[in-house]
Design a binder for this molecule. Structure first.
Ligand SMILES: C[S@@+](CC[C@H](N)C(=O)[O-])C[C@H]1O[C@@H](n2cnc3c(N)ncnc32)[C@H](O)[C@@H]1O
Length: 264
């Protein structure tokens, strides 16, 4: 995957890297989906090769204790965002195996991932989830990319966990993550999940704050990694913050993780 901020060059190189006969068939049969082809092929390539610009491993290699774990999933329609069920299951499995006391999510949207963290964590876990204040989202729109602008307008934090049995675990926080003071949470989080703004500056700031919030034996998770389109900024920003040989993509997904202590 070519990591450049120039989208057109990136997409052209993505086509050169991945195009084959199936690419042409898709182009004729369903041209509206052609932009997804390079990313999907590339992520499968990563899963098969295991190491390129970063590492790629199966969930069993990453968390040997995960075998036999049971998880609960509440699958909800994306309402404009696409989180495949396997990605939701991996987040739930990581939660089940880590048994976290504290999780921090940047980017609630409607609360689906916060709900699933709550469903799979111990009773005493607190899931902090942050999104923009509903009546004050305009400040960030100027810097936001095209997809983020649509998502920000549609976000309704809490709608998907309100009234559910595990709601008591979830603490909704409102703020702009690029300006928020995270210091009360430093060193306290078992899991930090970064899924807020996807432009370069925001991911750099969110990642630096996540590094300060995570415990030594915790895990930082990014969504929307290894994507060719607008969200490619996530990959570039993560690799600019953390050495690439410490970033591990989970099998064929857009999830990347980092263990501050590789032996934890
Ligand atoms: C992709 S969605 C999160 C999806 C959610 N984690 C899920 O899978 O259900 C990104 C969210 O980040 C929020 N967001 C965007 N920029 C932000 C910022 N600077 N600070 C806090 N939240 C932000 C958006 O309002 C949106 O709801």
């Amino acid at each position: 995957m070519l990591l450049t901020k120039f989208k057109l060059i990136r997409l052209m190189s993505g086509i050169l890297e991945t195009a084959n006969f199936l690419f042409l068939k898709l182009l004729f049969k369903k041209p509206q989906n052609i932009r997804l082809f390079p990313g999907r092929i590339f992520r499968n390539y990563m899963s098969l090769v295991g190491q390129d610009k970063w590492l790629c491993k199966s969930i069993f290699e990453l968390f040997p204790g995960i075998s036999g774990k049971r998880i609960i999933l509440e699958h909800l329609t994306g309402e404009g965002i696409e989180t495949p069920l396997d990605e939701l299951a991996y987040l739930a499995l990581i939660t089940a195996v880590k048994k976290p006391e504290n999780i921090f999510e940047i980017g609630t949207f409607r609360g689906r991932t916060a709900l699933n963290f709550a469903l799979n964590s111990p009773e005493n876990c607190t899931v902090y989830t942050m999104d923009l204040p509903p009546n004050n989202k305009n400040d960030v729109l100027e810097e936001a990319g095209k997809n983020d602008k649509l998502i920000i307008k549609k976000s309704e934090p809490d709608i998907e966990y309100k009234g559910k049995g595990v709601e008591y675990k979830i603490k909704q926080i409102y703020g702009d993550s690029t300006k928020f003071d995270f210091s009360p949470y430093y060193g306290k989080m078992d899991i930090v999940f970064i899924d807020g703004a996807h432009h370069y500056n925001a991911v750099i700031i969110d990642t630096k704050n996540a590094i300060k919030m995570i415990k030594q034996d915790g895990v930082i998770i990014w969504h929307d990694f290894a994507i060719y389109g607008d969200y490619n900024d996530v990959t570039r920003a993560v690799l600019d913050c953390i050495p690439s040989n410490r970033i591990i993509q989970i099998d064929s997904t857009t999830i990347a993780i980092y263990f501050p202590n590789p032996n934890s």
